[in-house]
Design a protein around this ligand. Sequence first.
Ligand SMILES: Cc1ncc(COP(=O)(O)O)c(C=O)c1O
Length: 408
Amino acid sequence: MVSPRSIIDRIFDESRRAREVIAPYINRTPVDKSTSFSRMVGCELYLKYENMQKTGAFKVRGALYKVSKLRGVVKGVVAASAGNHAQGVAYAASIFGLRSVIVMPRSASISKIEATKGYGAEVVLHGEVYDDAEREALRIARERGYEFVHAFDDIDVIAGQGTIGFEILEQVPDVDVVVVPIGGGGLISGIATVVKRLRPRTKVIGVEPENAPKMKRSIEAGHPVEVAVRPSIADGLLTRKPGRITYEVVSELVDDIVLVSEDEIAKAIYLLLERAKVLAEGAGAAALAALLSGRVRGVEGRRVLAIVSGGNIDLTALYRVLLRGLASAGRIARLRGVVPDTPGSLYRALEVIARHGANIVEVMHDRTDVRITPWHAAVDILLEVPSRSVLDRIVEELRRRGMKFEQR
Ligand SMILES: Cc1ncc(COP(=O)(O)O)c(C=O)c1O
């Protein structure tokens, strides 16, 4: 059994080398101090934008370093992933002149499949879930003599992600707390290794969705355990079990792991877009979600950096997040009520709405609903509203005029 300390020493040394090897092919991503998020959390909050990385996520760092070492050793690489690892490996293979085969579950989105093919990979669709894809990827690797590139449980992959740690300490040298999302744990293992070695007093906090708390449960159990996962908007963090290496590194170096709800993640995506004009995917917004929801203790007045790890969100998922965000901010609302079934009644309701500056998206007028008073019609109106207080005023005026409407 190799000791965690010697694994960490190796990751640190490899990470220093990785910096030089991958520098020509990646972006040194920006760090920005966010005034409005700082105010909301009560700390000095910096965001590091790995969503602006090549391929739209940090994953390409680890993939590049791993694949750089395979140049001249194997003809090709194989990976199993429906997400950012797929694009990272495909991109890295194209840089270093290797063939790549990416096995994705059939459920992978068309946009991810097309993006991966766009980097020159051969995409194989196999099975329903990740595990089926991984089995097929290992079979193809054996059959063709290609190397299988693991998404997180690999010293070189972790070392590649660790290059973010060097950048963090250059960009915010006196950072007190770094908050990092955890999928399989490769990203946090790399960052924690570098940050703790160069600035041991900086705290490193991990974030997982409540729907996939594998690292937190494993640390509590004292060994890697498998958890049941439920769907999450942070699909990049939906791993059932930590890696052997990542578990060791995290249990040695990470100060705490907190969980975030689906609502908290969705809200963070929404706020990043609204306040910072930054598009993050669920996994990418999880660290900020943990801070905004007060789940990370002891950050008040401290210098805190959260990683925005990726921006590859499906547009239909984004659409749902926006609708939900707008609805909870009272910016779109559904009013349901009853009006007399006489000419002009609906008009009078709509006139009140228009006068308050709200915009009608959709109107449903139903005279056949047998649950309501005879000679009346049920009305359902979807509105865009300037603010929640305007909505309150609309409902109040409708009621004053004898039209009972409620917000749904
Ligand atoms: C955007 C994003 N953030 C975070 C993670 C988690 O990284 P790791 O599996 O190394 O913990 C992933 C993994 O795919 C990801 O795609």
